[in-house]
Design a protein around this ligand. Structure first.
Ligand SMILES: [Zn+2]
Length: 471
């Protein structure tokens, strides 16, 4: 019997809830399934969280590219539903995963107590799933099965993030090679990111699956170039309090590092930096004290003017205080967690600036409302009306995703033997625009991954796409 040697690729999601299923069809008729990512869907589509496109027992192994919620947070559910294979990730991702998943199960337990919501998983499920994790070094060949191997490469998205270079082989057949970017940046202020080696860039790549967050934005686009330190300096010199709503994992520590460096260099007033939120503080501790591959000294992460808000009474004192200062607090877009208290207090004050360090703001988030509001206008936040008196600022300078021209320069162009491309993880129009830019530039097939399409590839790229119904 000789069947066509191919890999079928399916993806469930457009933005959050990352999950890529690969089914290898070998010439001898055997099949092997494995998956990349196991992320959680955002609040607006959480009903999709329970669903996986296969029986988890059939999945041989899982690779997680980094520890963000939308790439990792359904792992305990996958294990609970019968997955019994290994979960490969870098050592740093494994370390972060332990914190992220237990933190999730604690939040679920609290939700269950307060609102009787059935939790997606509990501490015991997390404990079981952590036993499946295998910490992998970068640039080492990992061979989960006889015919499947992969190598993880450095990625500047966040510490521990990786690109996956996957090779599926069979005697007498040409290798099928897939390069998977995960969420990608070619650089990071906290650690060095070496470029992809020639064994990757000079090899035939059957399929390149690429993220598309900034698929239609270039780094030289002027509107994106507000600079954190310059703007901060102006506001602080006016005596203002700057509230920075930042993602707990990596973004808050990056802000602290850049601010403390600028303060040491004397280009930013030496005002106190207050760090609030349970997870931001926990991650910052790991950044400062654990070995997570950073190339900066921990002294740069622990300036003498960094203070943590450790109790509601300290937070109250800070909320009342009128002196210039910086408050870094999560969660990301400002709608959850301790930052909501700072925002509620700050909106109505003309001595406050709410400064977002995220180029993207989720629709309906308080971030978007503040961005669109004029001073004196009223906005509703958490059921209450507020008159906007504060200033608003935003910069994409610290974004953890490379812009379109940067991904071209660092991945697409160097990998000149790529046969086909699929774009994912972005607004649909952005994924589409990136796909057409790629096909125009290289005259190679490039399209958006549709959740209800199964792509069949062989060593020469995509050979077939079939409509399937997942939901
Ligand atoms: Zn990410």
């Amino acid at each position: 019997m000789h069947n066509r040697f191919c890999v079928k690729v399916q993806c469930l999601h457009q933005m959050t809830g990352s999950f890529f299923l690969f089914t290898v069809c070998f010439p001898n008729g055997k099949m092997e399934k494995f998956a990349f990512e196991c992320g959680r869907f955002d609040e607006t589509q959480k009903e999709k969280n329970e669903f996986f496109p296969l029986n988890p027992e059939e999945c041989k192994f899982l690779v997680i590219t980094h520890a963000h919620d939308d790439h990792l947070s359904r792992v305990p559910l996958f294990v609970k539903h019968g997955f019994n294979g290994k979960i490969y990730a870098t050592a740093t991702t494994c370390k972060f995963a332990n914190f992220v998943l237990y933190n999730n199960s604690h939040l679920y337990a609290r939700e269950q107590e307060d609102y009787y919501v059935e939790p997606l998983y509990n501490d015991l499920d997390v404990e079981k799933s952590m036993k499946h994790f295998i910490a992998c070094p970068y640039r080492r060949v990992i061979k989960p099965t006889k015919n499947i191997s992969f190598i993880l490469y450095e990625n500047g998205h966040i510490p521990g993030a990786c690109l996956v270079y996957l090779v599926v082989s069979y005697p007498g057949e040409k290798d099928i090679v897939i390069l998977f970017t995960g969420d990608y940046h070619y650089k990071n202020p906290l650690f060095a990111v070496p470029p992809l080696p020639e064994v990757v860039t000079k090899n035939d790549i059957s399929l390149l699956i690429t993220e598309a967050t900034y698929g239609n934005t270039n780094s030289y686009d002027i509107s994106q170039r507000a600079k954190l330190i310059q703007e901060l300096s102006l506001y602080l010199l006016e005596g203002k309090t700057v509230i920075i709503p930042a993602f707990a994992l990596a973004r808050s520590s990056t802000c602290i590092y850049l601010i403390s460096k600028a303060q040491k260099a004397g280009i930013l007033p030496f005002v106190p930096i207050w760090l609030d939120s349970y997870s931001a503080k926990a991650f910052h501790k790991m950044f400062a004290y654990d070995n997570i591959g950073l190339s900066i000294s921990s002294r740069d992460l622990l300036p003498s003017n960094l203070k943590t808000i450790s109790s509601p009474s300290i937070r109250n004192k800070i909320l009342q205080d009128r002196n210039a200062k910086i408050i870094i607090s999560s969660a990301g877009f400002g709608d959850k967690g301790s930052v909501t208290q700072h925002i509620k207090n700050g909106i109505t004050r003309d001595d406050v600036v709410i400064f977002y360090c995220s180029g993207y703001l989720a629709p309906n988030s308080i971030g978007i409302k503040l961005q669109n509001a004029k001073k004196g206008e009223k906005i509703v936040f958490q059921g209450k009306e507020f008159e906007v008196k504060c200033d608003f600022a935003i910069t994409s300078e610290l974004s953890a995703h490379a812009k379109k021209d940067e991904v071209f320069d660092h991945i697409y162009s160097p990998c000149s033997y790529t046969h086909s491309f699929l774009t994912t993880h972005g607004e649909y129009e952005v994924c589409e625009s990136l796909a057409s830019s790629i096909s125009n530039a290289f005259s190679k097939p490039a399209s958006v991954i549709h959740p209800n399409v199964c792509y069949t590839i062989d060593s020469s790229g995509i050979i077939q796409s079939d409509n399937i119904s997942i939901y």
